[in-house]
Ligand binder design. Structure first.
Ligand SMILES: [Zn+2]
Ligand SMILES: [Zn+2]
Length: 338
């Protein structure tokens, strides 16, 4: 089944014609539970990875003995009563090589907005260490991007079973196998990345809309309190630039990064100084709160569990944006958590 993004609630270019200059595209991946093969683009599926090639590992010093057993995480998802608890499960030295978790693989043939890899590589394979224990803070993610030429790997010679860590620091690192339904949609930059004058006009327009909506607020009398404790004033929903009109939620490739948590900061290549471009977004939810991006095929489905099909959770239900150098895709990638 394909997944189709509904039309935007209003035509933002009609309101702000100069946005046309900043119009871009991004490809929503629409992951949904399934049984992907090594020859498919997937989240949490088997990778096209040669059996005789070393699987990437994390050797950065940090505790890798305390966490959740990967098998327990899966069992708890199948059976909501199954035990899943954080505890010390192993006695491993702090630099013991931990197999990285395979989060996703994307073939360029399947994903229109996926940026090119180095030297004609057409298959992006994304990994993460399953512990939030890296970087300056000691609590950061460690993300690993691998590009390969898919034609150079024989399907019959791929690693099986695929290595995975026995213990993960956080259940949200364990992806459910999902097939993808890529869909290219129009996107606009994060408001804070637009020219200042345009950003200010968008802000003013949003404030006006919100004030107008508040004036239409229905104040519920206390006698309307429902049996489920659902009460409060009904403020009409208004479409906003950030959440409805510019950047779609969910896993996607290419387009613009959102900076709603940190505000924008420069994301230049650390090797050559060229500004990077968004390669891929890993998101904890496909849609939620504002449902304007919910595919029409999912109409009426409740957010739980349908908005989080991959079960991957980044930070506090946030997103991971991975960037690649615009001048040379072989240069090391960067990322930000939002
Ligand atoms: Zn690590
Ligand atoms: Zn570079």
């Amino acid at each position: 089944m394909t997944r189709t993004t509904p039309p935007r609630p209003l035509d933002v270019e009609a309101l702000f014609p100069e946005l046309a200059r900043h119009r871009g595209t991004t490809t929503r991946l629409h992951p949904r539970p399934g049984k992907p093969a090594v020859t498919d683009s997937s989240v949490g599926g088997p990778l096209l990875w040669p059996a005789d090639e070393a699987w990437p590992v994390c050797t950065e010093p940090h505790d890798r003995s305390t966490g959740y057993r990967t098998a327990d995480v899966r069992a708890a998802r199948r059976d909501r009563g199954a035990r899943q608890e954080r505890r010390r499960l192993r006695d491993l030295p702090d630099d013991h090589p931990v197999p990285l978790i395979a989060l996703a693989q994307l073939y360029r043939r399947d994903v229109p907005d996926l940026r090119p890899g180095p030297d004609g590589a057409d298959l992006l394979q994304l990994f993460a260490c399953p512990f939030d224990a890296h970087g300056d803070t000691g609590h950061g993610m460690s993300v690993h991007v691998h590009w390969r030429r898919s034609a150079a790997v024989a399907e019959a010679e791929t690693v099986d079973p695929q290595p995975e860590p026995e213990v993960v620091g956080w259940p949200g690192y364990v992806p459910e196998p999902c097939v993808l339904h890529p869909e290219q949609v129009v996107t606009y930059p994060f408001a804070g990345c637009l020219p200042e004058e345009l950003e200010e006009r968008i802000d003013a327009w949003e404030e006006e809309l919100e004030e107008e909506a508040e004036s239409r607020t229905v104040v519920k009398p206390w006698t309307d309190l429902g049996p489920d404790g659902d009460y409060g004033d009904e403020i009409p929903e208004v479409p906003g630039y950030q959440y409805d009109l510019s950047i779609p939620p969910g896993w996607r490739a290419g387009g613009y990064a959102s900076w709603h948590l940190t505000d924008p900061y420069p994301m230049d290549c650390r090797t050559c100084g060229t500004p990077t471009e968004l390669l891929l977004t890993v998101d904890s939810r496909e849609w939620d709160g504002t449902v304007s991006w919910r595919p029409v095929e999912d109409d009426g489905l409740p957010a739980y569990p349908h908005a989080s099909p991959t079960e991957v959770v980044v930070g506090r239900w946030g997103q991971l944006n991975v960037f690649s150098c615009a001048a040379d895709p072989a240069h090391p990638h960067r990322w930000s958590i939002q």
